[in-house]
Structure formats: structure tokens, C-alpha cells
Design a binder for this molecule. Structure first.
Ligand code: AMP
Ligand code: ZN
Ligand code: FE
Ligand code: FE
Length: 277
């Protein structure tokens, strides 16, 4: 079985890289893509475990980008990792921007009267500390009734505690991935706000060269639609469960909610496309 979309606890999954590989072996996944949000830390740690388990590991990442003011996820796959140096540096810059935002967010929340420190938040979120971690602390300390209120009253873009964070534009994400020799795939297109078929020309114009047709959130007709777009725009096709472990108990590695079927020859097709490109 193939699964090209999964998360470790280096982003917002619950399995350590070692546990994720063990889970893949148990589930019968023979080719696994690790696509943590904005970091390679999970992939890097998983490499020796995958080798020992005889699992083919694909280097991936899921970037949070901005497109027409909305957040859009972009997958990057690197079938060869020898051109990744600049991309890794760029990723570290993005993480620094996140940490800088978190420092300003702590200051803002303290201004509003909350006793919250950066250390507390980073103890939970480590390299990927974000607003959900701050929200959890606010609930725990009794500053808000629940997670929803933490966002509605303080952390949402429209709320009084919000501070700006730089996020790359979709086009920049695509360009950086392609410059590193990667495959830039539109993640779970079903979740993109707006008319995806109508936007395809623009996205392909940025250099986007793949689309995630197979995903846990896609019904059969969605998959058909995205496969059709892939054909129309001559794009590669990717797919995976978007496994996050215990935080998304309904999604399993390989089979997603139960009926996910990623074609067995998907990676061979990607390799062939990249060679002929
Ligand atoms: P950050 O990357 O730290 O800016 O946090 C972004 C994350 O916060 C998103 O991935 C969501 O999980 C969560 N989030 C953002 N806005 C809201 C909201 N209005 N309500 C609930 N969760 C939100
Ligand atoms: Zn995630
Ligand atoms: Fe995503
Ligand atoms: Fe994901």
C-alpha cells in the first residue's frame, strides 16, 4: 500500500517518527510520504527507522501558503533530496517568522492581562508552536471557557489579540519547491476556498505540477473531478490519508477513513514524469 500524506509529532500529528514507521509497517504501507507542516524534522528522524523496516520513505512537506488572502496547503515531494539545501534554509526562515510572531503574540496577550509565557507555549508546540497551543493554555488557566472562545475573542484574525504572521504566497511556495527539484501538489483541493477548476489555469501558471486527487476527505466523485483536472492540465497525481494519529482517530494510515485507494504505481508514475520533464 502507498500513502504519501502523513504527519508526525514534529508538526501536529501524535506519532513520533519512529512510531509512525511502526504504524506504517503494521498497516501494510510499503511506501510512505511524510509531509509535516513546514518542517523536515519528522522525515529526517524517520529515515533510519524506515530503512530498518524496509519501507520506502518519500521526503515531503506541507506548506501553509496564502492564495487570494486564504490559507491554502501545498505539498512538496522530493524524490531526490540532493538539491534541498536552499529550500531547507528557506524553511528555517519561515520557522523564524513563526517564532517572531509568537514572541509578539505573547507580548500582546500579556498586555491583555493574561499570564502566559513563550516557554509554556513552546513546551507544547516545540518547533511548530502556534495559536492552537496558546488557545489550549488559555482554556487550562480559565481565561476563556473553551477553545472556540479563545479564538473568537482573542486569536482569530479579526480578534483583539491577533498579531500578524508572514506566510509565503502560494506562488512562492511552488517556485521554491520546483527550484529544489520537487513536485508541487495542491493539497486536499476539496478544502480550497473558491472554485478550484476555475483557478487551475492560474495555479498551473505558477508552475504547480501536481494535484492531490486521492485524499481522506475526497469522495469518489471528488477524486474523479481532480483526476480529470490532472489530465486536462497535464499534472502529476498524488494521494494519501493525511494521517495525524490520535487527533484524527477516524483517519488510518493507508486507507484513510476506510475506503482510500491510492494506486500502487503512483510513485513509479511520479518518477517517470520527473525524468521526462
Ligand atoms: P498559526 O499557524 O499559529 O497561525 O495557527 C493557525 C492554526 O490555528 C490553524 O491551522 C488552525 O488550526 C487554527 N485556527 C486559526 N484560526 C482559527 C479559528 N478562527 N478557530 C479555530 N482554530 C483556528
Ligand atoms: Zn496537519
Ligand atoms: Fe493540509
Ligand atoms: Fe496534512
Amino acid at each position: 500500500m502507498i500513502d504519501l500524506h502523513s504527519h508526525t509529532n514534529e508538526s501536529d500529528g501524535t506519532c513520533s517518527p519512529e512510531q509512525l514507521i511502526a504504524e506504517a509497517a503494521r498497516a501494510g504501507v510499503t511506501t510512505l510520504g511524510i509531509t509535516d507542516h513546514d518542517t523536515f524534522k519528522g522525515y529526517d528522524q524517520a529515515v533510519p527507522f524506515a530503512r530498518d523496516a524496509g519501507i520506502e520513505l518519500i521526503c515531503g512537506i506541507e506548506l501553509s501558503t496564502k492564495l487570494h488572502g486564504h490559507s491554502v496547503h501545498l505539498l512538496g515531494y522530493f524524490l531526490t533530496t540532493d538539491r534541498l539545501t536552499d529550500f531547507r534554509t528557506w524553511i528555517l526562515d519561515q520557522q523564524a517568522a513563526r517564532r517572531d510572531r509568537n514572541i509578539r503574540l505573547v507580548a500582546r496577550l500579556r498586555e491583555l492581562g493574561f499570564d502566559i509565557t513563550l516557554e509554556e507555549a513552546e513546551a507544547r508546540g516545540r518547533g511548530m508552536t502556534g495559536r492552537p497551543h496558546f488557545a489550549a493554555i488559555m482554556v487550562e488557566k480559565g481565561y476563556v471557557a473553551n477553545f472556540r472562545q479563545a479564538f473568537d475573542d482573542y486569536l482569530d484574525e479579526s480578534a483583539k489579540g491577533y498579531v500578524y504572521r508572514h506566510e509565503p504566497q502560494f506562488a512562492e511556495g511552488v517556485r521554491r519547491i520546483c527550484e529544489a527539484g520537487g513536485i508541487a501538489s495542491l493539497a486536499h483541493p476539496i478544502r480550497v476556498k473558491g472554485d478550484v477548476p476555475a483557478m487551475m489555469g492560474e495555479l498551473v501558471g505558477f508552475g504547480m505540477n501536481a494535484i492531490e486527487a486521492y485524499h481522506s476527505d475526497h469522495g469518489e466523485s471528488d477524486t474523479e473531478l481532480y483526476l480529470g483536472l490532472a489530465q486536462e492540465y497535464n499534472l502529476m497525481v498524488t494521494g494519501g490519508s493525511d494521517f495525524h494519529g490520535a487527533v484524527k482517530p477516524g483517519v488510518q494510515l493507508g486507507i484513510g477513513p476506510g475506503n482510500l485507494r491510492v494506486p500502487e504505481d503512483l510513485v513509479e508514475q511520479l518518477r517517470a514524469s520527473m525524468q521526462s520533464a
